[in-house]
Design a protein around this ligand. Structure first.
Ligand code: GLN
Length: 553
């Protein structure tokens, strides 16, 4: 049963993929929230994976972990960042999830002996999930992004479900198509025809768009808006300009200028409950885009780094955004360089040659053996040369291994992730993970989602957070081996954050007297960094980096 009076806006893509449906969806969310409405943003991924946890980040982008622990698509990260609040499991669905529910129900004889078909059974499961998201979140408006492009086989059932929702609730459902208008170099003129064709394709599903978001290099002009309006059967005021921008955070500001927020409310016949105030957002967007701000040079050291900047910025999206937010808060401009850890593994490699020019070194999360020794060398270099260091998950585990090897003197300290029967398993598989791994249960089985941690007095972590109890999101199978904690502490390493029972080490750091900033977290703080509320650990890392004087390599 649909929630009475709830409003749904579906966002679809036309012409080609990669035109920024996620940013459009996030921006609409922000603009409606600004008008006093509770909004939930829903991502539909048409692939058959049950969640995004089993996909390679260099192929699909990062896995964004929700507070609940669900492993989702990176768009969910943008949604949370734009809305400034947590989303829930109901806000995410894949074809895999939908089919799994239907098949489980069939196996349990819950369909009473019927033949199970795409229509109505799969479609109705999609509708059930869309409505569950609306009810669970207690929101007034759901903005739902259907992944892929109009004309794909994979997303057709989702569009069909949306059509049926509109048929049953004609007043409550709207459609926006995000389409691309190319300007071929040979013509030098923006063309509307591909968008006309995409809209006609959408019409063949029985769906008429209410809005066209015109993605293009330059702002679409009035003449072309008129042309699209007549050919696509859409009001001219409902064609929204979306020119290329230097930062995604400018998108909602541009949409506001073009009247998108007001147009959506009036199409839903909803009043504006609150005057829009985008001043804080505007200030933030300007700070992020300020190319004149003093630079702070950060190296991110990892594997996969031969894949190219474009791929990497997707694979580590939340880390990059978290750095940007904190830099903007400090009035700095972070310049990020990807450093392939495999370089440090070559014979005679000198970390100084690659790293001395940076003011901060960060090792992000990761899995497996490749590039590990190189990362450890980079961490050693950061520790010995007092360059601010921030380790995220694997980056924390490796920081502890480096300390065990080079300060404690346990030369073969390592993680059982790369050596099962290690002499000094300083990082070891978590007890509850052993069984799962032995049964090849990889999907959704890590230690996932939010857990609390207590912070010790007098530590960097405590000073950064300014509180004793924090909650952070996790995604790992290994942990610091409790058997080594005492030795490590005696050798000067501080475990400044632990699980409430004191068993799991959540943050490791060096005292400020020994190092300006050397800290690693077992969790992923980047997942909770928000534009207007940057993460305190990233901010302190960047503050330390900003004051670090670079040396010549
Ligand atoms: N591979 C490590 C583990 O599973 C770290 C995971 C991560 O960095 N997200 O514990």
């Amino acid at each position: 049963m649909a929630k009475e009076g709830h409003k749904y806006l579906f966002v679809l893509g036309g012409v080609m993929s990669g035109v920024g449906k996620g940013v459009v969806t996030s921006s609409i969310g922000l603009l409606l929230q600004q008008r006093g409405y509770t909004v939930n943003l829903v991502k539909i991924d048409p692939y058959l994976n049950v969640d995004a946890g089993t996909m390679n980040p260099t192929e699909h982008g990062e896995t964004f972990v929700l507070r609940s622990g669900l492993e989702t698509d990176q768009d969910m990260g943008n949604y949370e960042r734009f809305l400034g609040r947590d989303l829930t499991n109901e806000d995410y669905m894949t074809s895999g999830m939908v089919y799994q529910s239907v098949i489980n129900r069939e196996r349990a004889l819950e369909y009473g002996g019927k033949c199970i078909e795409a229509i109505p059974h799969v479609r109705d499961e999609i509708l059930r999930r869309i409505e569950a998201a609306a009810s669970y979140n207690d929101s007034k408006i759901s903005v739902i992004e259907i992944g892929g492009t109009i004309g794909d086989f994979q997303n057709a059932l989702f569009i069909e479900a949306a059509r049926v929702l509109k048929m049953n609730h004609p007043e409550d459902v709207l459609f926006a198509i995000v389409s691309y208008l190319p300007t071929p170099g040979t013509l030098g003129e923006m063309k509307t025809k591909p968008t006309q064709t995409a809209v006609r394709d959408l019409n063949s599903y029985g769906v008429q768009p209410d809005f066209i978001v015109a993605r293009s290099k330059e702002t679409i002009d009035e003449k072309r808006k008129e042309k699209l309006a007549i050919w696509c059967n859409v009001q001219k005021e409902s064609i929204i300009a979306a020119p290329d921008i230097s930062s995604i955070y400018e998108a909602p500001l541009n949409f506001e200028k073009d009247g998108f927020g007001d147009a959506i409310l009036s199409a839903f016949r909803l009043p504006e409950k609150r005057a829009v105030s985008l001043a804080a957002w505007k200030k933030f967007a300007a700070a992020v885009a300020d190319i004149k701000a003093p630079e702070v040079k950060i190296a991110i050291v990892g594997k996969y780094f031969d894949t190219g900047d474009f791929v990497l910025s997707d694979a580590y999206l939340s880390v990059i955004e978290a750095i940007k937010f904190s830099a903007a808060k400090l009035g700095r401009r972070a310049s990020i360089t990807w450093v392939n850890s495999k370089h440090f593994e070559k014979k005679g490699a000198r970390p100084a040659a690659l790293l001395a020019g940076f003011q901060g070194i960060l090792v992000p999360g990761g899995f497996g053996e490749s590039g590990i020794e190189g990362k450890i060398k980079a961490i050693q270099f950061a520790r010995e040369n007092k360059i601010p260091y921030f380790g995220l998950c694997y980056g924390m585990q490796l920081m502890v291994i480096e300390y065990a090897r080079n300060v404690l003197g346990l030369k073969d300290a390592t993680t059982t992730e790369i050596k099962k029967h290690a002499a000094h398993p300083v990082v070891d598989v978590m007890l509850e993970q052993k069984e799962k791994l032995s049964q090849n249960k990889y999907g959704g089985t890590m230690r996932l989602g939010a857990y609390p941690a207590y912070l010790k007095k007098g530590t960097l972590a405590r000073a950064a957070y300014k509180k004793e109890l924090v909650e952070e999101r996790h995604r790992h199978r290994y942990e610091i081996n409790g058997a080594y904690v005492k030795q490590l502490e005696d050798a000067g390493l501080v475990f400044s954050g632990t699980s409430p029972d004191g068993v799991l080490m959540e943050i490791a750091e060096l005292p400020r007297a020994k190092h300006p900033f050397m800290l690693g977290t077992q969790f992923h703080p980047e997942l909770k960094a928000r534009p207007l509320d940057p993460h305190p650990l990233f901010t302190e890392f960047l503050r330390a980096a900003s004051t670090h004087k670079r040396r010549r390599s």
